[in-house]
Design a protein. Structure first.
Ligand code: NAD
Length: 243
């Protein structure tokens, strides 16, 4: 299996969960070779590899996916996890900053995932599983990063379209859409006082841990999950159920 953006956060938890279940993992990173190698060396089992690419670069994606498939002898599972959250409040940023944030966010979160999927399908000759890591921002708005919300809404729609297109090939496409998860991406948001308000959104009074997202990814990648193809799992600890 291949997981993008695996050197830290949710991707690292996903890689760890798959290795614990006995899978060989291709650990993708962009610019963190030491973290990726540290993860590889600590995973249970043999045969894990580290692969590198900027997922916003289509040629690099193709090289990276081919390399991962070559090392693992094909691909059974691919998890599109790499992503960025760039703040660009519409009333505060310049037109140039607005352009740059939209470009970089869509190139990474949406086009990167689309390109990984295209390349991965070519290595799934015996069927497979594609799992996309989307976000609650796809449904509920991201006022500070509208491109992020749009990229994840696009990812949801892409996942549903690919689920239909790939079913005849024995490939399923599932999506998880977490709310706040405790990672480097949310460090700043989760500091008081805003963090207290965020934690209060869930009746559990906390945000998710990366391992809780990884567990849903493992389910969507399992042989039992064929009927979950096209599904978007809204993983939010019962948040947003009260008005
Ligand atoms: P993170 O910042 O720790 O991890 C993101 C990973 O993506 C990093 O390893 C980063 O290097 C990689 N990445 C970013 N741009 C890249 C690029 N151009 N090429 C290659 N790799 C790139 O944050 P995280 O919370 O672990 O995020 C993982 C995924 O989960 C993201 O897609 C994010 O949008 C999504 N998500 C996170 C939360 C949250 O609250 N943390 C909530 C919903 C969805």
């Amino acid at each position: 299996m291949l997981v993008t953006g695996a050197s830290r956060g949710i991707g690292r938890a996903v890689a760890t969960a798959f290795a614990a279940a006995g899978d060989r993992v291709a650990i993708h990173h962009r610019s963190s070779p030491d973290l990726a190698e540290d993860l590889r060396a600590g995973l249970p089992g043999e045969g894990h590899v580290v692969v590198q690419a900027d997922v916003a670069d289509p040629a690099a994606v193709r090289r990276m996916v081919d390399e991962a498939a070559g090392a693992l002898g094909g691909l059974d599972v691919v998890v599109n996890n790499a992503g960025v959250f760039l703040a660009h409040p519409v009333t505060e940023v310049s037109y140039e900053e607005w352009q740059a944030a939209w470009h970089d966010t869509l190139a990474t979160n949406l086009l990167g995932a689309a390109n990984v999927a295209w390349c991965a399908v070519r290595h799934m000759s015996r069927g497979g599983r594609i799992v996309n890591v989307s976000s609650r921002g796809a449904f509920r708005g991201e006022p500070d990063s509208p491109a992020y919300g749009a990229s994840k809404a696009g990812m949801n729609a892409m996942g549903q379209s690919l689920a239909i297109a790939l079913a005849p090939h024995g490939i399923t496409v599932g999506t998880v859409a977490p709310g706040f998860v405790e990672t480097d991406m949310t460090n700043e948001h989760l500091k008081a006082p805003r963090g207290d308000a965020i934690r209060a959104q869930s009746p559990f009074g906390r945000v998710a841990m990366p391992e809780e997202i990884a567990a849903a990814v493992v389910y969507l990648a399992s042989p039992a999950a064929e009927w979950a193809s096209g599904t978007i799992i809204d993983l939010n600890g019962a948040s947003y159920l009260r008005s």
